[in-house]
Design a protein around this ligand. Structure first.
Ligand code: ZN
Length: 213
């Protein structure tokens, strides 16, 4: 679809003419002083969940890593390529952020796939996707245990939220995260964004439920 790439190119031209100019001083300062983001945001790759828009942030405000399902793989001491782990380490140990937000969302395709696996004839084509989705399996299994007879959409929503809590637990498997959380120098936040109404709720640990932000 040539229109798609052309729309993006024309978006760039508009940015260069207006958006860049409006933020030029900020960009220059961010180059001179380096970045000092307010938080690490771990979100879903879903095109409808745009952190800069939903938190109304400016360049330099957020260090972001997005992946399918906003999952946090547990810390693993090996020399493989771990993109999400590297982003966490860099944000925590180099940029020294004080807050990490894990943000789940409604209508998440990753969570839906746990309930209704996509119909793909050649597993090899999506081999990494299927492996990656295992990171949501514990949440899904737990929901199946707690509300086995609920409608599938109710189960999906419950899994989207429970998975956020499980990913926060996975964050604590990173030694430096655990240490700084224990020292009250780093704070973990579980959020849930609803695409259809723009609402964000946060996980309240004491009440063990999501409350409006
Ligand atoms: Zn998603």
């Amino acid at each position: 679809m040539k229109e798609n790439i052309n729309a993006l190119k024309s978006g760039y031209r508009s940015f260069k003419e207006f958006g860049f100019k409006a933020n030029e001083a900020r960009f220059k300062a961010l180059v001179e002083d380096g970045q000092n983001p307010k938080a690490l945001f771990i979100g879903c790759s879903d095109s409808r969940v745009v952190p800069e828009i939903i938190m109304d942030t400016k360049p330099g405000d957020l260090f972001i890593t997005r992946n399918i399902g906003n999952f946090v793989p547990p810390f693993k001491e090996d020399e493989d390529f771990h993109a999400t782990a590297a982003a966490i380490e860099y944000a925590v140990s180099v940029l020294q952020v004080n807050d990490i937000i894990v943000c789940g969302h409604s209508h998440c395709g990753a969570i839906s796939a746990l309930f209704e696996p996509p119909k793909i004839t050649n597993r090899q084509e999506v081999i990494h996707t299927l492996k990656w989705l295992e990171l949501g399996k514990d949440a899904k299994d737990q929901v199946e245990k707690i509300i086995p007879h609920e409608h599938i959409e109710v189960k999906k929503e419950a899994t989207q939220k429970l998975s956020v809590i499980f990913q926060l637990e996975n964050l604590l498997t990173y030694p430096e995260v655990k240490k700084r959380v224990f020292e009250k120098d780093l704070f973990l936040h579980g959020w849930y964004y609803e695409i259809e109404n723009g609402n964000i709720s946060y996980y309240d640990e004491t009440e063990d439920r999501f409350e409006p932000l």
